[in-house]
Design a protein around this ligand. Structure first.
Ligand SMILES: Cc1ncc(COP(=O)(O)O)c(C=O)c1O
Length: 382
């Protein structure tokens, strides 16, 4: 079995999630059916909704099940657009394509919040922009922000942004995909109107997620089918998926202390790389980060080449988010923080619920061996 250190792309399914899915599959039944099997499926589904709502600090009725973070972001953007007063969208440069391109696809004018060299969004830019907002010309502010940046693990100041945006009577979508089960993000306290979460980032099944919508948010989405999920997301509900997602998040919350301790293993990897490559740069290293994530650039050594070398050595890491790996350009967030040249030389190592010290030792040995092989040939970026 390879050593798997790409949890920010997908965290392997937790046994609790698999068990819950098998149990739900054994029940069968369509939650909209009135017979016993249907009622049983409905109970499982609504219990899952309650668990997820509790985990994110929302009410059950705020939760709409979706197929994942991408659909949730797009649904939230569509929901905000049902407010006729939304005429432009502000997104941070650090957003995942799920929000960045979703905003672009609306055809509305887009304004981009820059990132500071620390990897944190430039909150002052947002403050100034909102201070100069012209309601008549610009409409109601609508802002999309990630709670945690997928490529760096940097925790973004979404609560502070939320207070500012609420004060300006704006709308806020928080992409909470990488914060769920990691940083204690609380929807109710954040000031967010919408939040997106995804099951497979916490050890739940792929293809599951949810959109959270507060009761004071525009969400007059057209009904496109049977009207499930209060008409917001038609289609027969994914009962096993929802149960697996809920079981995964329950396990993640139970194991919170263990998760926090991952920073020890992450720092061990970081220190080992720095000890070999003195010029290595940790992207977002000076900002508050989730305990599981390390983004590190080795000037002159292409990130994609590092991923391939490590893969051959039996270690799975990435050179950016799964959606941007395989592309010839470096991920937008890294480029925004450290520039294109360094961004191309970066890797992301992301740990998770089943990472052990032996995994990290294996990674360190493999990485150090590969680095020793290529180091004499590296042409460093000035
Ligand atoms: C911050 C963020 N938002 C959204 C997504 C997309 O989520 P999903 O894969 O569930 O569509 C990801 C996936 O990497 C992500 O990291």
């Amino acid at each position: 079995m390879p050593v798997y250190l790409d949890h920010n792309a997908t965290s392997p399914i937790r046994p609790e999630a698999r068990d819950a899915m098998l149990k739900a599959m054994a029940v069968g039944g369509n939650p909209s059916s009135v017979h016993g099997a249907g009622r049983c499926a409905r109970t499982l589904f609504e219990n899952a909704r309650q668990t997820i709502a509790r985990a994110i600090g929302a009410r059950s009725q705020d939760v709409t099940f979706t197929s994942g973070g991408t659909e949730s972001n797009n649904l939230a953007i569509a929901a905000a657009q049902t407010c006729p007063d939304v005429k432009r969208i502000i997104v941070s440069v650090l957003e995942h394509d799920a929000a960045f391109m979703g905003a672009q696809a609306t055809g509305l004018p887009i304004e981009v919040i820059p990132a500071l060299p620390s990897g944190v969004i430039d909150l002052q830019w947002l403050r100034d922009r909102l201070a100069g907002w012209n309601r008549a010309a610009d409409g109601r502010p609508f802002v999309c922000l990630q709670a945690v940046t997928s490529e760096t693990g940097v925790i973004q100041p979404v609560d502070e942004a939320g207070a500012m945006i609420r004060a300006a009577d704006g709308l806020l979508l928080v992409d909470a995909v990488q914060t769920l089960g990691k940083t204690g993000f609380h929807f109710g306290r954040s000031g967010a109107h919408y939040a997106s979460i995804s099951g497979h980032k916490v050890g739940g099944p792929q293809g599951t997620g949810a959109l959270i919508v507060s009761c004071d948010s525009p969400c007059d989405l057209p009904r496109r089918g049977g009207g499930q999920e209060k008409g917001r997301r038609s289609g027969t509900e994914n009962v096993p998926g929802a149960c697996g997602f809920a079981a995964a998040i329950e396990a993640a919350l139970r194991d919170e202390a263990q998760y926090s301790a991952l920073s020890v293993l992450r720092d061990k990897a970081e220190n080992a790389i720095r000890a070999s490559a003195l010029h290595a740069i940790v992207i977002g290293g000076d900002a508050p980060r989730t305990p599981n994530c390390l983004a590190i650039a080795i000037p002159g050594w292409d990130g994609g080449m590092q991923v391939i070398a490590l893969d051959l050595a039996g270690v799975c890491i990435s050179a950016g988010s799964a959606c941007s790996s395989g592309k010839s350009t470096a991920p937008r967030p890294w480029t925004a923080i450290v520039g294109e040249d360094l961004a191309r030389c970066a890797i992301r190592v992301s740990l998770g619920w089943n990472t052990t010290e032996a995994d990290i030792d294996h990674f360190i040995n493999a990485w150090t061996r590969e680095y020793a092989r290529v180091a004499p040939r590296l042409k460093e970026i000035a």
